[in-house]
Design a protein around this ligand. Sequence first.
Ligand code: C2E
Ligand code: CA
Ligand code: CA
Ligand code: CA
Length: 275
Amino acid sequence: AAKQDIKKYTIYSNGLDKHNPHHLTMVGELRQAIENDELVLHFQPKINIQTRSISGVEALVRWQHPEHGFLPPDDFIPMAERTGLIKPLSIWVLNHALSQGEKWHQQNFKLSIAINLSPATFLDPELPNLIIGMLSLYDIPPNFVTLEITEGSMIKNPDLAMEILERLTSKGIKISIDDFGTGYSSLVYLKKMPASEVKIDKSFVTDMLKNDNDAVIVKSIIDLGHNLGLKVVAEGVEDKQTANYLKTLGCDLLQGYYFSKPLSSDDFLNWLPKN
Ligand code: C2E
Ligand code: CA
Ligand code: CA
Ligand code: CA
């Protein structure tokens, strides 16, 4: 298995290089994978820390590659972003996430579905109509749909980003600011954006019990988020102590391996508390 992993790593890390002979193969394979439904979505719950209930799930894409096995998004999303495949990939993700959300709603699991959008996808002027059109095809209320975007989307083209945000939120779609605290966090954007949620990047959460600076940053983001009227999510919560600490700091929602890894839709249904 180790040998297999090394091979996989070599191919796919080199695949990021346009001059690599594997690059073209990989781009073609990914295009095929999107058409042939070789992608799958896994779902990770967001837990409301006060009520201990599941407020929603985040959809995370994986590639079930016929030879190389299960590939995580970091192995192919960057390439998709550089080659324009990110648009068909995002449409695939949106369709499958909304369709799954519709099924859960029909089964009376009223879960919010969060979908990640890269800046290239988010800043596509066709995006609002595309999403609004898709929403009309699925029986799920728009306020149960959250788009997770990073500040990178705002920085690249703030005016276009604001226009897109306003168009989407006017339909009731929710916006979450992902990976907050990394990159070029700008308080100006945070204040202006019609977001309802901010997610503290897991790099701060992971070591917050050991590292005082990280704990201070986490606390500051929680207070800042609350002062701006946002719900605050901590991702990467791996143990009970961290969960309890975040609770005392007033964090609203928690996500991480301590509660559940991202699961296939079947496994997620089994994981859901039955009553
Ligand atoms: P992200 O949006 O920040 O997602 C969180 C990542 O942290 C996920 O990795 C998740 O599996 C992982 N994670 C969750 N809980 C824990 C934990 O307790 N500990 C640790 N160490 N990790 C945890 P994943 O699924 O490999 O996704 C990586 C990134 O790929 C995502 O980061 C997101 O930026 C991107 N991505 C995933 N799905 C999509 C998609 O459909 N579209 C786009 N554009 N990007 C996606
Ligand atoms: Ca995310
Ligand atoms: Ca994140
Ligand atoms: Ca990320």
